[in-house]
Design a protein around this ligand. Sequence first.
Ligand SMILES: C[S@@+](CC[C@H](N)C(=O)[O-])C[C@H]1O[C@@H](n2cnc3c(N)ncnc32)[C@H](O)[C@@H]1O
Length: 282
Amino acid sequence: MAGVTAALETVASRLVAPEFAAGTVWLVGAGPGDPGLLTLHAAHALAVADVVLHDALVSPDVLALAPRARLESVGKRAGGERTPQLRINERLIRLARDGLRVVRLKGGDPLVFGRGAEETLALAAAGVRFRIIPGISAGIGGTAAAGIPATHRGLAHSVAFVTGHDTSGALPDDVDWGALARGADVLVLYMALRRIGEIADRLLSAGREATEPVAFVTEATTSRQSVQVTTLAQAAAIAADIPRDVPTLIIVGPVVALRPLIAAWQDAAPMSCVPVSQRATA
Ligand SMILES: C[S@@+](CC[C@H](N)C(=O)[O-])C[C@H]1O[C@@H](n2cnc3c(N)ncnc32)[C@H](O)[C@@H]1O
């Protein structure tokens, strides 16, 4: 552990971070869970922020890296209460106008299925300066951490990232599942636990095989990560046993079959964080 710390200090001492100016907002991707998957920009932002507005999915280990910031939770878990988006936008603008260094911390990448686009548009319309710090999206980081390659030269040349529900919780109307079934070798589904039965039916109708392998990856990159592998025909049965509020990726495609060969030799322990006992919360 001491070696890791010394190595990180060496890296940090060779980098000059951009100024996080008072009165600005940084939209920061927190990655899928393991604090070791944060970018250096993200770690810097957390270290100097005055206030962090974070989603429910952001891991406590990541929040522990913002010891001087006030923490405000504005997210929701599946089925729970969500802070209305308008209120989040207004809060970001208010805090920036109060002259604070504001971090808007989102799981994964801030602009992938996370309403980051709405927030940047609201900030731009209000004339508030902001910076976007990309993060490792769960669909990339979670897939790799589970030992499933998103592509493979001989098996899969394309991958699509798809959401399994729209704002009302229904299967998104404007997703052409037939075209996806025929056009993308690998499908990485976010927020699809409740709809995987319908999705599987549509993929099967469009010609995907009932025996095609499917992986459920829950709480990817954390110490609680678990992976279950099944087939498209059996996917709904597996989903029924996973609690709705557990973050889950569903990966459909031939690359899932490589997992036993890869995962058996893969080290995937996450970094662990020293807990911060005394901190401000809101
Ligand atoms: C609102 S979306 C946010 C996605 C995020 N912006 C990203 O780029 O990963 C939340 C969904 O991402 C997926 N997700 C996020 N973190 C995950 C994790 N650690 N393990 C598995 N799935 C995860 C789940 O499908 C979850 O329901």
